[in-house]
Ligand binder design. Structure first.
Ligand code: UT7
Length: 332
């Protein structure tokens, strides 16, 4: 059986750091509230004019250098993002041109915080049907849709993301083992952007009403995220005859440290099994999972063949889990 293996990972975050203390000067908030309610201390913010494709190209360039793969070898580019450079063409097309992937096709995928999981499944399906090299990106420029006068949302999110290289393997010690992916559109009211789509195109009125920013009913999302992210993690382990202690690293979506702690406890993970980097980056939406994976690989918290569990919950609602054995790492 052919599985899709992650043979490389790289990430990128913009240089500019926005701390809780910086935010204290912008809205009625304080470091103590943000740290105790969310676990976030700082986040990155893209430079003026720096878009999702630019950040993706930085991550992919590093990925190709480190794996020794040439851009023209790439069959497809899938980009999980809710902040594409433009509504169209796709960010994937812009990336294709910038990196010179002249044999690739690709597309953007809108799955919000679960977008990278959905894109991994899509990429794996391409690998299982004949593609040899697929780049899967999770990236978001959340600062482009944040209202920096709204303390309910502007403290939560940051910019950044990463990319992985998928290749086929028949070795059972590596690759994506299983996934559980779900959507529930009844959650749309709790987390969305009101205008700028076909229902409510941009007008002076929508701009004046600040409807091109994220709207979130935090409490409703919190309740669902802390339960569903744990349940979907437990379910995938049981389905594949694993226990929590078999997992080398659990990489949950980083929206709120309290959600992560609840989900990890409910699923039975010890603290040292859980990746936590929300303090540095906040919630980077589609970028969070590849950023986390890159961190554990670079810091050698995992090695080839280790069991990795990814899980996320976000707008839609969307949620899910992906279970995989990392590697085999391709080295240039
Ligand atoms: O990735 C997409 C998925 N998103 C999530 O998973 C996010 C889920 N939600 C959350 O993480 C949390 O609900 C929040 C962090 C957004 C909010 O935390 P909370 O503990 O649910 O706070 P709250 O909304 O109940 O607000 C408590 C109080 C309120 O004041 P009153 O009404 O009790 O007087 C808020 O107005 O805290 C106030 N507040 C703030 N105070 C200082 C809200 N935001 C702030 C702030 N600074 N930034």
């Amino acid at each position: 059986m052919i599985r899709a293996a992650i043979t490389g990972v790289a990430s990128y975050v913009p240089e500019k750091v926005l701390t809780n203390f910086d935010l204290e000067k912008m809205v009625d908030t304080n470091d103590e509230w943000i740290v105790s309610r969310t676990g976030i201390r700082e986040r990155r913010v893209a430079a003026k004019g720096e878009a999702s494709s630019d950040m993706s190209v930085k991550a992919i360039t590093k990925l190709l250098e480190e794996t020794g793969v040439k851009a023209e070898e790439i069959d497809a580019i899938i980009v999980a993002t809710i902040t594409p450079d433009m509504v169209f063409p796709s960010t994937a097309a812009l990336i294709q041109e910038k990196i010179g992937a002249n044999k690739a096709w690709g597309y953007d995928l809108s799955g919000a915080c679960s977008g990278f999981l959905f894109a991994l499944k899509s990429g794996a399906a391409l690998i299982q049907t004949g593609h040899k090299k697929v780049i899967v990106v999770g990236i978001d420029t959340m600062s482009s849709i944040l209202d920096y006068t709204d303390r309910n949302t502007c403290i939560l999110f940051g910019d950044g993301g990463g990319a992985v290289l998928l290749e086929p393997t028949e070795d059972e010690n590596y690759g994506i083992i299983d996934e559980i992916l779900l959507i529930d559109g009844s959650g749309a009211d709790a987390l969305h952007m009101k205008a700028g789509g076909s229902r409510k195109p941009a007008t002076h009125e929508t701009v004046d009403a600040r409807e091109h920013y994220i709207y979130q009913d935090g409490k409703s999302v919190f309740k669902r995220a802390s339960i569903d992210m744990a349940n979907v993690s437990l379910e995938i382990l049981e389905k594949n005859d694993f226990k929590a202690e078999d997992v080398d690293i659990f990489i949950p979506h980083q929206a709120n440290k309290r959600i992560i702690d609840m989900a990890a406890r409910r699923a039975g993970f010890k603290d040292n099994q859980v990746l936590l980097n929300i303090d540095k980056y906040g919630n980077t939406t589609g970028g969070t999972l590849p950023l986390g994976l890159d961190e554990v690989v670079r810091e050698k918290r995992i090695k080839d063949g280790d069991l990795v569990l990814l899980a996320a919950f976000g707008a839609g609602y969307t949620w899910g889990s992906v279970l995989l054995r990392y590697g085999p790492s391709r080295k240039a």
